[in-house]
Design a protein around this ligand. Structure first.
Ligand code: GRF
Length: 202
């Protein structure tokens, strides 16, 4: 008798905040045949994203600064849990080189602007949208990219643009951007994994 084994890829999502992207990602992969969201990692014990993880009964890990930056960066824990791929969805700490080396080309991030503009340390959340509006940009958007040891720097996978209207405020622009993120992030994660693993089933 022939046995077919379906390859399973396990994703860990790292997030520091509310977790609206994480929620969309969890929902998108909920009944996926070969990709699962296995772990939610946060650096904040009271982050909204941990409640979302609990609602979906997904395992969580709250990480500590010292261990992350000066010890093993949780690589052993992640490997022991069988994590194949890491998604940063509003995670505010820089990723240590140990983790980048352990997950080479297997960590991606979403940024709420068109990199390389409006990226780097301190450029997150409303700061990004305030800077875009202050510079009177006509367009903004989202960037999904691989992660290297610099903030918002690795190879770009996809960018999706939206227009910035004259009456847009940082809040209204943030809403537009969030919608784009929710629409495109989960399927982009899926595409990256499918491209890296040709035998995955959809
Ligand atoms: C998103 O805008 C993402 O681009 C940025 O952090 C935000 C996270 O939002 N990196 P949420 O917690 O998923 O709602």
């Amino acid at each position: 008798m022939m046995h077919t084994t379906t390859i399973q890829k396990k994703i860990a999502v790292f997030a520091s905040g509310a977790g609206s992207n994480t929620e969309k990602i969890i929902m998108y992969f909920a009944s996926h045949p070969s990709i699962s969201i296995s772990l939610i990692v946060s650096n904040k014990a009271n982050a909204g994203v941990l409640k979302i993880a609990a609602n979906f009964s997904i395992h969580t890990l709250v990480i500590e600064k010292e261990k992350f930056f000066t010890q093993n960066a949780y690589t052993d824990e992640l490997k022991n849990l069988g994590i194949d791929f890491i998604v940063l969805a509003g995670f505010l700490w820089r990723i240590p080189i140990k983790l980048i080396e352990a997950y080479s080309n297997k960590i991606i991030n979403i940024h709420p602007a068109l990199l390389p503009k409006y990226g780097g340390k301190g450029m997150y959340g409303h700061y990004v949208h305030e800077a875009v509006i202050a510079a009177k940009e006509k367009e903004s958007g989202i960037t999904i990219h691989y992660v290297d040891e610099q903030y918002d720097h690795g190879n770009i996978i996809i960018q999706i643009k939206c227009s910035v209207a004259e009456n847009d405020t940082p809040t209204s622009l943030a809403e537009k951007i969030h919608q784009l993120e929710h629409q495109f992030f989960p399927s982009t994660i899926e595409k990256c994994l499918m491209e890296q693993n040709h035998s995955l089933t959809l």
